[in-house]
Write a protein that binds this ligand. Structure first.
Ligand code: HEM
Ligand SMILES: N[C@@H](CC(=O)c1ccccc1NC=O)C(=O)O
Length: 261
């Protein structure tokens, strides 16, 4: 039986050169020496999160841009992809739960003051989603010029919420006051035959909001499983700080709407 002769046509592009696998696999550089066994897991899972954050930013930005242009179909498609990605973000926490606190302590002392608190893309996603808190720009230490510029741009540009309101205006709804917005939500919620696409878009935003809150909650358990009530390497109160962020919402009016139906 001769080996199949597919896969090398022309020898131009390969899996490794197209995906820059060699460069990618050189990026996991442990601080611990001798290397603590679990530090590769710790570095790998964070880099995987940041790659997913990069894709989320691309999809959420396209959803925002299309809604600003008056679209509501493809924005929902993009948000549904984000929901699938965010399910993975919550699920993959299970991998770091295979690390014991003793094994984390073998290299934790090398990490301070680094912390996920400094994840630029995580904060960009929160700003783009509508949770704009300029104090993070002042509180971030060690941000590069490029990272500061990205955060400032996300603060200044329209959010997903601004874009969603633009879609409502295009559909003929007034959105200047909270009273007008809740009237619009009520009309949309009660006539899905006519406004089903707007209802589905609002629900896709709620899915994104819910997934982000689920991740925040899962991260509290992950953190407390590793460090108990110790303060964080980023200088926070640790689990107590993280717990204070779980109730945060991107779209409070879409949650409040449930109380008024
Ligand atoms: C051993 C596992 C982990 C522990 C013990 C942990 C602990 C903490 C703590 C205590 C904070 C608060 C800031 C500080 O004082 O450091 C924090 C923030 C954060 N961590 Fe982690 N974390 C872990 C894993 C992860 C992973 C895998 C990610 C994925 C990207 C992550 C992303 C973040 C983010 C984005 C924040 C900022 C949250 C916010 O400000 O709302 N962490 N973490
Ligand atoms: N803040 C964590 C340390 C930690 O998990 C971490 C350290 C460096 C880079 C990212 C991290 N992830 C989340 O904070 C802790 O206090 O143990």
């Amino acid at each position: 039986m001769t080996a199949p002769n597919f896969g090398e046509q022309g020898g131009r592009l390969t899996y490794g050169t197209y995906l820059r696998i060699a460069e990618l696999l050189e990026q996991q550089v442990p601080e611990s020496d001798p290397a603590a066994h679990d530090e590769l897991l710790f570095i790998t899972i964070h880099q995987v999160y940041e790659l997913w954050f990069k894709l989320l930013l691309s999809e959420l930005t396209d959803a925002r841009d299309r809604m600003l242009a008056g679209e509501s179909y493809l924005p929902r498609v993009r948000l549904e992809r984000c929901r699938s990605i965010e399910r993975v973000l919550v699920g993959q926490v299970d991998v770091i739960d295979t690390m014991t606190p003793q094994d984390f302590l073998a290299f934790r002392n090398k990490l301070a003051p680094a912390s996920g608190f400094q994840s630029n893309q995580f904060r960009e996603i929160e700003f783009l989603s509508g949770l704009k808190d300029p104090s993070y720009l002042r509180r971030f230490r060690g941000l590069s010029e490029a990272e500061q510029a990205r955060l400032r741009r996300r603060l200044d540009e329209p959010s997903l919420w601004d874009a969603f309101l633009a879609v409502l205006v295009k559909a003929g709804f007034a959105v200047e006051t909270a009273e007008q917005r809740f009237e619009a939500y009520a009309v949309i919620a009660r006539d899905r035959e006519r406004y089903g696409q707007l209802w589905d878009l609002a629900e896709a935003l709620v899915d994104h909001d819910q997934a982000w809150s689920l991740w925040r909650a899962r991260h509290v358990l992950m953190a407390e499983r590793q460090i108990g009530t110790k303060p964080g390497t980023g200088g926070s109160a640790g689990g107590a700080y993280l717990r204070s962020r779980v109730e945060t919402r991107f779209y409070p009016e879409l949650w409040e709407l449930r109380s008024r139906l």
